[in-house]
Structure formats: C-alpha cells, structure tokens
Write a protein of this length. Structure first.
Lengths: 62, 228
C-alpha cells in the first residue's frame, strides 16, 4: 500500500476541529465541524479506501 | 454520582480525538511501501506481521476512530440544539430569547415560558414539527441557518421562511378541555388544520416585532440585552 500522508494530516485537522467543537459548541465551531471536519474525514476515508482497493487488486485478492 | 450526557460526550469525544490525532500522526509518518511482511509482532493473543499491524492501525485512524468521533460530535449537536442557550449563541436569536425570559412581555413565547406551559427546551418545543420526519426537517433547516450565520449571508431582523405550522401548537393544545371549550376553535378547525389560518391571528405575536428587532430601533438594545 502507498503512504497515507495527506489523508492522515486531513484527519488530524478534522480531529482538532472536532475537539474544539466538543468543548466550545458555538456557531462557528459547529460550522467548522459540519462543513470542514466532516468532509475532511470523508475525503481521507475515500482516498484511504481507494488505496486499500488498489493494494488488494495488485495482490489479486479482489 | 450521576454524570450528565454532555460530560460523557466531552470525555468520550476528547479521548477519541486525542487517540485519532496520535494514530494519524504515526500512520502519516509510516512508509507503508517498506513495511516487512515477514517480521512478526505479538498483539495480545494474535501474532501478525508488522505490515498487517500498521494496516490495522491505518484502518483505525482513518475509519473506526473518525466514525466514532463523528457519531459522538453529531450526538452532541442533535442533543445540544434542543436547549434555549444553543439558540442564543447566535446573536440574531438574542431578541427572541431576551423576550422569552422577560416577565413583563406578553408575547406568546414569553407567556408560555413564565407560566411554565413548556417547562424546558422552549425554542425546540415550538420550532420542530411533530414526528420523526418533522425533526429531520428541523435539523435540515438548522444546517441552513448554520450555513447562513457562519457565512454571514443574513440580514437583521431575520425572517421566518414559509409559514409556521399550526401542528406545533396543536400537538399540545388539541383535545385539551380549555381548547375544546372555545367555540371558535371548532368553527375554524379546518382552516387551522390546513394552515390556511394561523393561531397567531387571534393569539397575538409569538416574538417581538420585526421593527423592534431591527438594529437602530428604540427596542433593539434592550432586546439584545444591552444596558441603556
């Protein structure tokens, strides 16, 4: 499998935003969580899934 | 000792976020192309290759822990928005909340509050339609409000989109002896059911007028909680 560098940094940013939102639930942290953190988690997951799928295909598992 | 839900959410959410940050940091620095598939490590009862271990950690960092974090944070959102103080965090709602708590006010919202007709979560009780789909619609509308507020694409005073659904009133009042005893309620039952007529037509304003909520108006500073 190839490296997961940008996916990890995207998820770290999303975790940091989520942590702020959990402790300071104002409108701007809520907006950042809803419109930035959740899409970042999704992007990281999609990219990770694509890499896993390619890895499995290269080994002829799928 | 009884823990409040918000405390549990904060503790669990913090543990998840910190775990996720550490895992992602480690996974992000790891070179997956050079991992050994022959070297074995012991993980509890299982013995797996180093490559398999890091792939499991990557799955945890980019799928399992984020999924749990999103679940906890969304629970935090959906439960938190029931509270009046959650509405009041956006300053455009402050005139409504100030009026709600004003014992001198005769708006419908203030009367419902001071007479304890709705003991808790007063905003949510009247502004989410009854039933599951109604609650989801209220959530979707909440996200639209959030986008407008955080992008500052709104103007004061805010104006309700569409018409207020009488079902929000009827879910409590319909069938109550005091409601049924009023003859005109039976006369206009059809119009009330179809939303062709608003409960507010006879029962007065629910909140302060748009004029009072307009910045610069004589009532604006008082409604915003500013001292004269």
């Amino acid at each position: 499998m190839t490296n997961l560098r940008w996916e990890s940094w995207a998820a770290i940013l999303a975790f940091a935003i989520s942590l702020v939102y959990i402790w300071v639930p104002g409108p701007y942290p809520m907006g950042a969580f809803t419109f930035i953190a959740q899409p970042l988690f999704l992007l990281a997951l999609v990219s990770y899934s694509v890499k896993v799928f390619r890895d499995l295909r290269s080994r002829e598992v799928v | 000792m009884q823990l409040e839900a918000v405390t549990v959410v904060r503790v669990v959410g913090t543990i998840l976020c910190l775990t996720g940050i550490v895992l992602c940091y480690l996974v992000g620095r790891k070179r997956f192309t050079s991992l050994s598939t022959t070297r074995q490590v012991s993980v509890g009862l299982a013995v797996i290759s180093v490559a398999a271990l890091w792939k499991l950690l990557a799955a945890a960092a980019l799928f399992a822990v984020p999924a749990a974090t999103v679940g906890v944070a969304n629970y935090h959102t959906f439960e938190g928005v029931h509270e009046v103080k959650a509405c009041n965090r956006c300053h455009v709602m402050t005139p409504m909340v100030t009026d709600l708590y004003d014992p001198e006010s005769d708006t419908l919202a203030a009367r419902h509050f001071k007479n304890r007709w709705i003991p808790t979560d007063q905003c949510y009780a009247c502004h989410s339609d009854y039933g599951l789909s109604g609650d989801l619609a209220a959530k979707a509308e909440g996200f639209r409000h959030l986008a407008r507020y955080t992008s500052r694409t709104y103007t004061e005073p805010i104006v309700e989109r569409g018409n207020y659904d009488n079902k929000n009133c009827m879910k409590c009042h319909d069938g109550m002896p005091k409601f049924e005893a009023v003859a005109s309620h039976h006369t206009v039952a059809g119009e009330l059911g179809d939303n062709a007529m608003s409960c507010l037509n006879c029962h007065g304003l629910a909140h302060p007028t748009r004029e009072a909520r307009t910045p610069g108006s004589p009532d604006y500073d008082r409604l915003m909680g500013k001292k004269p």
